[in-house]
Design a protein around this ligand. Structure first.
Ligand SMILES: Cc1ncc(C[n+]2csc(CCOP(=O)(O)OP(=O)(O)O)c2C)c(N)n1
Length: 291
């Protein structure tokens, strides 16, 4: 296996990661308060802890060396959470947050509603059409094996997204090709775009479905930073044979009382007043959690 040295960046403890996740949510809400169009804020808030744990702890990446072959690759399969990824990456040093706020969603902006790797170097895959990120990640992980590289390929899917048939073909291909360098996170918030998940698709027994396809299955609270860090740190070595899925139990809209589990907040925009309410609620929920 080849390995090129890579500065994996500052090491944060769990409390610092929690602070970063809070900051990420605050920045998301502020962008949602200034942008006039709809932001996928429900699914963004749902994955803020997962993306913080990945970009500030789990992924071996360096914003100053984005082409290093030893870097881990991250594919945002639920591409509608792009702005959460942009801000998480900005906080890690890849982009400038003010640029994101100034140009997000505008014609020709690099910061589109869905991520584009051509427009935005550092982003590893263009996504947004659900059901494609895991298949792409399988191909990337297979490519790494052929090149004898020892990095991981990590992807993040929505649970609703896993209703797509292409996901299960990729799940099978990941196991068939013994891709222990492949890791999938599932944002199990139990909501789709306009309905609650189980009302439309019989997902349960959900972890058993992944197990039946031969994956290593880890189930955690996707808002508990210690559990996220623990699951990442316990991942099998990339040269092992079994891909891993980390099923993260989450809440859509997490942190803002009027958004949590509310179907109306799949996507939306906040006016000045709602922004103030949302920020106050975020702060209150943080205080409650730190007591
Ligand atoms: C192939 C495809 N069909 C439909 C959509 C529209 N769409 C965007 S988000 C979404 C809901 C996805 O639900 P889930 O994967 O659970 O993500 P969450 O909304 O919870 O973030 C849908 C249907 C899409 N982006 N791609």
């Amino acid at each position: 296996m080849t390995q090129t040295s890579l500065d994996s960046g500052p090491r944060h403890d769990v409390a610092e990661l929690e602070d970063l996740a809070y900051e990420l949510r605050r920045k998301l809400l502020e962008l949602c308060g200034t942008y006039e169009g709809a932001v996928h804020i429900g699914g963004d808030m749902s994955v803020a802890d997962i993306l913080t744990a990945l970009f500030h702890h789990g992924l071996r990446i360096d914003p100053d060396d984005i082409r290093n072959p030893a870097r881990d690759r991250f594919v945002l399969s639920k591409g509608h959470a792009a702005v959460c990824m942009y801000i998480a990456m900005a906080m890690r040093g890849f982009f400038d947050y003010d640029d994101i706020v100034a140009t997000y969603g505008q014609l020709d902006s690099a910061y589109g509603m869905h991520p584009c790797k051509v427009q935005l170097p550092g982003v590893e895959a263009s996504t947004g059409s659900l059901g494609h990120g895991l298949p792409l990640a399988v191909g990337m992980a297979l490519g790494a094996r052929h090149r004898r590289e020892d990095h991981r390929v990590v992807t993040l899917l929505g649970d609703g997204e896993t209703g797509e048939g292409s996901v299960w073909e990729a799940v099978m291909a990941g196991r068939s090709n013994k891709l222990g360098n492949l890791v999938a996170f599932v944002d199990r918030n139990r909501q789709l775009m306009t309905s609650f998940a189980e009302e439309r698709v019989a997902f349960e027994p959900y972890p058993d479905k992944w197990r039946a396809f031969g994956w290593n299955v880890i189930e955690i609270d996707g808002h508990d930073m210690s559990q996220l860090v623990g699951a990442i740190d316990a991942l099998p070595a990339p040269d092992s044979d079994t891909p891993t899925v980390i099923i993260c139990e989450t809440v859509k809209g997490k942190g803002v009382d009027f958004m949590e589990r509310n179907l109306a907040w799949h996507a939306g925009s906040l006016g000045k007043e709602d922004l103030e309410r949302a920020l106050a609620s975020l702060e209150a929920s943080r205080e409650k959690e730190t007591v």
